[in-house]
Design a protein around this ligand. Structure first.
Ligand code: NAD
Ligand code: ZN
Length: 361
């Protein structure tokens, strides 16, 4: 498999997303190509470093390295503070740059530190989870959680480069890997029938993490996110389609206090709810709904929703930020590979879809 390069045009300039197995061994060259700072600070986590630190050290032996915890509970201003501490102690100036090596939590926190330290220094993302490679490292959103809610503190800060090495995913726990795959299913269902078909056709090799099977689906996912985000930097129109499955998905996460589901797992349920809503209004045929259901089933079991009440889910949806001026923006599927945002979905429709998907009434 040869390398894939996607050039992204952001208001702050152009930057490359490079996707290639073994890329971690060529970090210095890719960074140099992107005119990245020579005063580099690696930010990673002990877990990621345990698996991949040696490979990074082989090519970047001199760079300062800050290890901070990852996982959702570590996505806080306190973690950002530890990154600031390291930068200040080392007297990093405006010319310094952060190389964030990790999953979405490392990318979001290190990216936020880069966005705010001295009003902004460079960041390069080296995503190490499937979710980060197909989603969080692309688009320039960075930030952390607050005790009162997820992702409440943040900024837009475009990277100088995104360096995705699919071989790094070999060490990912199976559950994390699958959680990332559901976001790929989302791209397929909402944007790209060919990607959806590719997932179906090579499911076995993808689950085995065959590099040849993974590389093209990561690239296809990045292309979709880039296309949507480029059109819509600040999340008004098309970017909303990325929220397919996220209305009910976020509600399931919130109802279980972010403990039961990995984000992607909740989104898998959310997509099934969205498909039911879509079918009930005649936007999606049964074959489309069944194709989505079959693919999600083939990826393996999900944590249950049978004990969650539709009424509680609706309340969580009402509290979610996708309600604009009292109107809920809901993404429906209009076919495999096609979606649309509507603002007239009623609570009764969502309730019915929740129950048909398997929640309590
Ligand atoms: N910025 C955005 O646009 C955006 C988009 C989607 C999600 N996100 C954010 O991303 C976060 C979730 O990211 P995530 O799922 O990557 O979680 P994560 O960063 O917490 O990583 C999940 C787990 O995998 C481990 N890990 C990472 N890479 C590994 C590897 N190669 N081998 C073995 N273990 C590895 C980590 O140590 C961690 O325990 C959420 O906070 C979410 O809000 C941001
Ligand atoms: Zn998501």
């Amino acid at each position: 498999v040869s390398g894939i390069r996607i050039d992204v045009t952001a208001p702050s300039g152009r930057y490359p997303i490079v996707i290639e197995p073994g890329l971690i061994g060529r970090l210095p060259a890719v960074l140099a190509d992107a005119a990245f700072s020579e005063r580099r600070f690696i930010v990673s986590s002990p877990t990621v470093w345990k698996f991949h630190g040696t490979a990074v050290r082989r090519v970047l032996p001199q760079d300062e390295c800050v290890l901070v915890p990852d996982g959702e509970r570590a996505k806080t201003l306190a973690t950002v503070g530890r990154i600031y501490d390291a930068l200040i102690r080392a007297q990093a100036d405006r010319g310094a740059g952060i190389v964030a090596i990790g999953g979405g939590v490392i990318g979001d926190t290190a990216g936020f530190a880069a966005a705010t330290y001295l009003r902004g220094i460079q960041v390069a993302h080296v995503p190490t989870t499937l979710l980060a490679q197909v989603d969080s490292a692309v688009g320039g959103k960075v930030g952390v959680n607050h005790a009162l809610g997820k992702n409440l503190i943040g900024a837009f800060h475009q990277p100088r480069a995104v360096i995705a090495d699919p071989a790094l995913l070999a060490t990912l726990p199976r559950r994390e890997f699958r959680a990332g795959l559901y976001e790929v299913v989302k791209y397929g269902m909402a944007f790209d029938a060919a990607l959806f078909e590719q997932l179906r056709a090579s499911l076995r090799s993808i689950m085995d993490r065959s590099i040849d099977a993974l590389t093209p689906i990561i690239a296809a996912s990045c292309r979709i996110k880039v296309a949507v985000v480029q059109e819509d930097e600040r999340e008004r129109g098309p970017r909303r389609l990325l929220n397919f499955g996220h209305t009910a998905g976020h509600a399931f996460e919130a109802l279980t206090r972010y403990r039961r589901f990995r984000h992607g797992e909740a989104i898998a349920w959310g997509m099934l709810v969205a498909a039911e809503v879509s079918m009930a209004r005649g936007a999606l045929d049964a074959a489309g709904r069944d194709a989505l259901g079959a693919l999600i089933t083939a990826l393996g079991p999900l944590p249950p929703i049978a004990d969650l009440a539709a009424t509680d889910a609706l309340e969580a949806i009402r509290r979610d930020k996708k309600v604009v001026n009292g109107r809920l923006h809901f993404v429906i599927a209009t076919g495999v590979g096609k979606a649309a945002v509507v603002d007239d979905v009623t609570e009764a429709e969502i309730r019915a879809a929740l129950v048909r998907t398997g929640t309590r009434a």
